[in-house]
Design a protein around this ligand. Structure first.
Ligand SMILES: *Cc1c(COP(=O)(O)O)cnc(C)c1O
Length: 348
């Protein structure tokens, strides 16, 4: 058995701001009208300040975050200028912050803020927003900065909910003449002219998630995750590897232990299923993903030694792919990306 320690022990997450800006431009062209940048949850894990600064420099004038705290942090990063909508609304008592626009998610919030914000009309999501039976309760002349609704099934182009929600939203817009409106998320932008509005709200597609599941992905990949090999060891046939002895060598094998695990957002559900890439070639994941470490079978890769970097995301492995293997979606892979990766940004 041989073992040697690597010099590099940190995994590296590289965010391609140029790809994110290119994706925003493509979405804007496809929408035929402006697009905001949805940068909630730290820009889906990629870094809201860096992403929003790059998008603002490219001409993006509107951003959305989930919480007041995210909004204040983003305002500090962006400075004055771009609008920042807070999707979750403001907590009671925080209504005086003119630098941010609350999304008014209930009749009570709409009345309390006297229309100073983004009015969220629920057209079929039943999550946040005023349901149709409350629309008539708003006072005449009620004029929010923006009307918005959110599509429940935009990633399923054939779903009947899409047309129903577009129809309900068109009826709602007629009640607020002159007020601009915001309809589509990433996938909604691809649903056609009935889903165009004054401002689309893409998030995931900016970051390379496929807005057209099952079809070729029109978006550029925006991140790369590489983790260093800490050790390579030679094991004899019959040798179990890792927790639960879940993988047992069937032949004389070389096993590489890599510095990334489920504490870094590399899901344990990928155990025995995923692969990495080395020099563009697939490297199978073996055994259980553990908290800080994951093992790969590098028997067929004599070039892999301690210090080599295996690509966990990139070179054809997408967050969508990992999501599918882990029984979730690419969105969750992105937002789970770990805090201890060394992060580097390619300029927008
Ligand atoms: C998260 C979110 C978006 C962005 O959705 P994507 O599918 O990531 O494009 C848009 N609008 C609302 C209300 C959201 O919560």
């Amino acid at each position: 058995m041989t073992a040697a320690m690597a010099a590099t022990t940190e995994a590296v997450l590289t965010v391609d701001l140029a790809a994110i800006v290119a994706n925003w431009r493509l979405l804007t062209a496809r929408h035929g009208a402006p697009c905001a940048g949805v940068v909630k949850a730290d820009a889906y894990g990629l870094g809201a300040a860096r992403v929003a600064t790059a998008l603002a420099a490219a001409g993006c004038r509107d951003f959305f975050v989930a919480t007041l705290g995210e909004g204040l942090a983003l305002r500090a990063a962006l400075g004055p200028g771009p609008r920042i909508g807070v999707l979750g609304g403001f907590p009671p008592g925080a209504d005086g912050d003119a630098a941010l626009l609350p999304v008014l998610n209930s009749l009570a919030a709409a009345l309390a803020h006297q229309g100073q914000g983004i009015l969220h009309l629920d057209t079929g999501m039943a999550r946040l927003g005023l349901p149709p039976e409350e629309w008539g309760a708003l006072p005449p002349g009620f004029a929010p900065a923006l009307l918005m609704t959110h599509l429940a099934c935009a990633d399923q182009p054939g779903h009947l909910m899409n047309a129903l929600q577009a129809e309900r939203f068109a009826a709602a817009r007629a009640r607020f003449p002159g007020v601009p409106a915001s309809l589509a998320n990433s996938s909604g932008i691809f649903l056609g002219p009935d889903f165009r509005s004054d401002l689309a709200r893409p998030g995931s597609a900016l970051y390379g998630i496929n807005p057209l599941p099952g079809q070729p992905n029109p978006m550029a990949q925006a991140l790369r995750l590489e983790a260093p090999v800490l050790q390579v060891r030679q094991v004899a046939p019959g040798t179990p590897v890792g927790y639960g002895a879940a993988w047992v060598a069937a032949r004389p094998s070389r096993v590489a232990t890599v510095a990334a695990g489920y504490a870094d957002g590399y899901p344990r559900a990928l155990s025995g299923k995923a692969e990495a890439r080395f020099a563009g070639r697939p490297v199978p994941l073996i055994g259980r993903v553990s908290m800080d470490l994951t093992t790969f079978d590098v028997t067929d890769h004599p070039g892999i030694a301690p210090g080599a970097m295996l690509t966990l995301i990139g070179d054809g492995i997408t967050p969508d792919d990992l999501g599918a293997l882990a029984g979730t979606i690419g969105y969750e892979i992105l937002t789970a990306l770990g805090a201890r990766y060394r992060r580097q940004y390619r300029a927008g």
